[in-house]
Design a protein around this ligand. Structure first.
Ligand code: ZN
Ligand code: ZN
Length: 349
């Protein structure tokens, strides 16, 4: 398979094209000027506004009840809480560091604007986990949780899958390694976070750690927009770079997606299993397979699995928590802020 080597965009490029018809996602000749009135990818404008409206501050969420609940969590709940946080901190850190590298090869300034905002939001997410840990546990426990991914074999193995894909792109930036990185991004945003999110929502519906669940809802709202962004990028790529979507290459992406689903289920069994009240391995398996189907289908790729094509009935409470409008209502009822102008997320996934 032929593969195009990529060169990073010139930073200062007075000879760049200003003609919109010549603008491309990758391989264009960009001036890098942020021109908000002339966008080739008009969805970037809606995305930008939504992301700006979603601005939030982790410390505005009250964790008082969580400081009382945390020492009384059952052993399995506490172990899961720590391991899932360790995983999420790693993922958000990885995202905030990798997105600027993706931008170096994107030649549509309106899409780069979005990627920069996403990188900023991933920084806020990492910081929100720090705030949670600083509030509910001692500095020793916090450090142990932050770096658990280095010593827990299972966790390290998980982080390797996406980490290696990003590393391959860094070592050898080609059109194919970049496309795989975008797919890895989509898997991370659309599958990897979800065992974690559902665990916190489940604790909350059992009356535990409500502040943590609220933090996660804000993170979840941002992650939904990140999925929206990468879905649009991948759909545009299918039009602009058809040679990256030959049946041979699509089968590579499909295997990545299936492997992501497999790992997320395995992780859910390891970290949640059948020891947490309100969840079990069957629920986790059905839900993650359903997400795999939903994500793959949203890229116009068909279905990943024969079964689990609709939301499992006993998992609907996850969507209730993740629903962006509910987040908005709770948030703005609790606080009056100058930036309280959010509109509903258009969830077209
Ligand atoms: Zn994030
Ligand atoms: Zn994200």
């Amino acid at each position: 398979m032929e593969d195009k080597q990529l060169k990073p965009n010139a930073l200062f490029n007075p000879d760049g094209d200003t003609d919109l018809r010549k603008r491309r996602l990758i391989g264009g000749n960009t001036t890098n000027l942020n021109d908000f009135n002339n966008m080739r990818y008009s969805w970037a404008s809606n995305w930008y506004r939504q992301a700006m409206n979603n601005f939030w501050i982790p410390e505005e969420i009250n964790l008082m009840q969580d400081t009382k609940d945390y020492p009384h969590l059952e052993k399995a709940e506490r172990t899961a809480y720590d391991k899932i946080l360790s995983f999420l901190v790693f993922l958000d850190s990885l995202q905030s560091n990798n997105l600027p590298s993706v931008s170096e090869y994107i030649t549509a300034s309106e899409v780069n604007l979005c990627l920069h905002i996403q990188a900023f939001q991933e920084c806020v997410h990492s910081q929100s986990y720090s705030y949670m840990l600083d509030t509910i546990c001692s500095p020793e426990e916090r450090n142990d949780i932050l770096y658990q991914w280095k010593s827990d074999e299972h966790l390290l193995r998980r982080n390797r899958f996406i980490g290696d894909c990003y590393n391959e792109f860094h070592a050898n930036p080609t059109l194919f390694t970049l496309t795989k990185t975008m797919m890895a991004n989509f898997i991370l945003e659309g599958i990897y976070f979800y065992s974690g999110f559902m665990f916190f929502y489940n604790l909350s519906r059992n009356g535990k750690m409500p502040g943590s669940a609220q933090e996660i809802r804000y993170i979840n709202r941002d992650e939904n927009t990140h999925l929206w962004l990468f879905r649009n990028i991948l759909l545009e790529m299918q039009k602009e770079e058809p040679e990256m979507f030959t049946p041979e290459r699509v089968s590579v992406y499909e295997s990545m997606m299936k492997e992501g689903v497999r790992q997320e289920i395995e992780w859910g069994r390891y970290v949640i299993g059948d020891d947490i009240p309100g969840l079990n391995t069957r629920m986790i398996t059905d839900y993650i397979r359903y997400l795999g189907n939903l994500r793959w289908h949203s890229l116009d790729m068909g279905w990943l699995f024969e079964d689990n094509r609709s939301e499992p009935a006993d998992m609907h409470w996850v969507a209730d928590y993740a629903n962006a409008n509910m987040v908005k209502t709770d948030f703005f009822e609790a606080k009056s802020t100058a930036y309280a102008k959010s509109t509903a997320i258009v969830d077209d996934l």
